[in-house]
Ligand binder design. Structure first.
Ligand code: ATP
Ligand code: MG
Length: 550
């Protein structure tokens, strides 16, 4: 079979790159993915990863992984490690070593000194409230700081003192001298450096001044020869500052920033602040809780890297803000698992079915196909015995014709096995059926009944003697409203049924299934073995159909 060539959808960024290459603006393409290690990556980051690494792949360029680590108090080495793992798992290789903005602290410092030497930066001792006051508003220009005209030599000495730790946190900061009446707030003498006596996960205690994002990011891009610096729309205004810094320092490359819209996804939140709160306040079991929109959570839920990449391809890249339907993400994993997940049987709400004309103690080994449409996936052995489990809601004493399952005095096929006919049943004190008795037709293994009786329904089952008990977690959407971030209190809209735990039975072949690899439990949904199972535990990845639609 010839390999299918998948045409990647173009987007406005690829069009800019095509033009730059045609016009000889660049010979090669260099992008970067710049996470701040202050949380786990989420599906929104995956969009940025697929964009940056995807462009590098398609244009034979390179993509760096660079930690944007200028906020030591909020960052952690555990986040650094989780982020590297997630980027690799998504299927991308960064160019060379992992990079850190903190690798460039010395250079950044020197560029700050260059700005001071040109009279383009000054040390400001105004307190925070005064600074905020003097910034003005969108409708009111700012006012100049009394420190704005300090002599260059004095500023150089003061900045050296800042670095030497001679000023307390909050006592002063270094600001760019640009324009306090600019219509872009970020150009009103933005802060470039602040004092922080904080231990840094990469540089330890070497520094007590840390550069701000806007100053750090553009210079790091320039140092790494980034050609196209792709970020989300909220940085649109900051592009002025990005260009201003590059223009005024002695670096002779000009990276360009382009902005695209962030991914927003229904029934979840993608704000790091909200995700951190979900974890620290224990609304979920951790960053990799299968209900979290994090890459680690999706992995544990049973999403495959290919399904996440496919989702990112389907949503595309534009400058339009929108809220993407959760069903779009779900259909990506469903499409993947429908083709790639082997089938097996599991009973989630078991009741017993006793086949009274089947010999006691007999164990018959049946062979079931692993995939109905793909013979190459082979078959597996499924033990059949006199007592089996079926789903409680697959039996009714009486029912109309629409109910294609087991009804008293009627026949149904047991999936991969025989046709049985229910004869009687037992109930508990509450009226719940506990055991159904039936007879089986020994001539119906792989055959329709000889006399032409029509058996419409098929139900799944697990041998009561040979089946293995398992905990089955039915995960659903974490929030019950499409846009929780838009609610007054997003925590109040957490879906109380986002995790329902069942104690069921699975066929023995599942006792050794691999962590994370997808399986279709026939008629029930797609599942995968949990990574943290003390006992046999399966997580529901997604149902067989979209039950939220309509
Ligand atoms: P923070 O508030 O901590 O800065 P952030 O969401 O911007 O949060 P970063 O770690 O700075 O997180 O993001 C790394 C990269 O991922 C950035 O280039 C950012 O634009 C991109 N990114 C983050 N969230 C999304 C999203 N929802 N959709 C698309 N890209 C995103
Ligand atoms: Mg950020």
């Amino acid at each position: 079979m010839s390999e299918e060539v998948v045409a990647r959808p173009s987007n406005f960024i690829r069009q800019i790159i095509d033009k730059d290459l045609q016009q000889g603006v660049h010979q090669g393409i260099q992008t970067r993915f710049p996470p701040e290690p202050n949380g786990f990556l989420h599906i929104g980051h995956a969009k940025s990863i697929c964009l940056n690494f995807g462009i590098a792949q398609d244009y034979q360029g390179k993509c760096n992984l660079r930690f944007d680590d200028t906020n030591p108090e909020k960052e952690d080495i555990d986040y650094v490690n989780a982020i590297m793992q997630d980027v690799s798992w998504l299927g991308f290789d960064w160019d060379g070593e992992v990079r850190y903005s903190s690798n460039y602290f010395e250079q950044l410092h020197d560029y700050a000194v260059e700005l001071i030497e040109q009279g383009l930066a000054y040390v400001d001792f105004s307190d925070q409230d005064t600074m905020r006051e003097m910034r003005g508003t969108l409708t009111k220009p700012g006012t100049n700081s009394p420190y704005r005209d300090t002599a260059i030599t004095k500023n150089i000495a003061l900045f050296a003192k800042m670095r030497a730790g001679e000023f307390a946190q909050g006592e002063c900061c270094l600001r760019a001298k640009i324009d306090m009446s600019s219509s872009f707030m970020c150009m009103r003498d933005p802060v470039l450096y602040r004092v922080r006596f904080a231990h840094h996960h990469q540089t330890g205690d070497a520094w007590c001044i840390y550069p701000m994002y806007d100053f750090t990011h553009c210079i790091s891009d320039a140092i790494e020869n980034i050609t196209h610096s792709l970020c989300t729309l909220e940085f649109q205004d900051n592009r002025r500052l990005y260009d201003w810094v590059i223009e005024h320092i002695s670096i002779d490359v000009t990276p360009r920033q382009y902005e695209f819209s962030r991914l927003n996804l229904e029934y979840t939140v993608l704000s790091k602040r909200m995700l951190i709160a979900l974890v620290t306040d224990k609304h979920v079991a951790g960053w990799d809780d299968p209900r979290m929109p994090t890459v680690a959570g999706l992995r544990r839920r049973g999403y495959t890297p290919a399904s996440i990449r496919e989702f990112c391809a389907r949503i595309g890249v534009t400058k339009m803000d929108n809220l993407v339907e959760m069903s779009m993400l779900e259909s990506c994993i469903r499409d993947d698992l429908n083709v790639n997940a082997p089938r097996a049987m599991a009973v989630l709400d078991p009741i017993k079915l006793v086949i009274e004309n089947y010999p006691e103690g007999q164990v018959e080994t049946l062979h079931a196909p692993n995939h109905p449409n793909d013979e190459s996936m082979g078959t597996r052995e499924v033990p059949f015995t006199r007592e089996i489990y079926i789903e409680a809601d697959d039996f009714k004493e009486t029912a109309n014709k629409k109910f294609k399952r087991l009804v008293l005095d009627k026949e149904v096929r047991l999936r991969n096995a025989y046709v049985v006919k229910a004869t009687r049943f037992e109930q508990d004190a509450q009226g719940n059926v506990t055991t159904v008795y039936c007879t089986y037709d020994p001539d119906t293994l792989g055959n329709d009944p000889a006399d032409g009786r029509k058996v419409k329904g098929v139900i799944h089952w697990v041998s009561a003697e040979q089946g293995v008990p398992a905990e089955i977690r039915l995960y659903d959407r974490l929030f019950s409203v499409p846009n929780p971030a838009g609610e007054e209190d997003y925590l109040a809209s957490i879906n109380p049924d986002s995790c329902v735990i069942k104690h069921g039975f699975v066929e023995p072949s599942l006792a050794h299934s691999q962590v994370g690899s997808g399986i279709q439990f026939e008629r029930t949904g797609y599942f995968c073995r949990d990574s943290d199972d003390q006992t046999l535990t399966f997580n529901r990845t997604v149902g067989l159909r979209d039950t939220w639609a309509g």
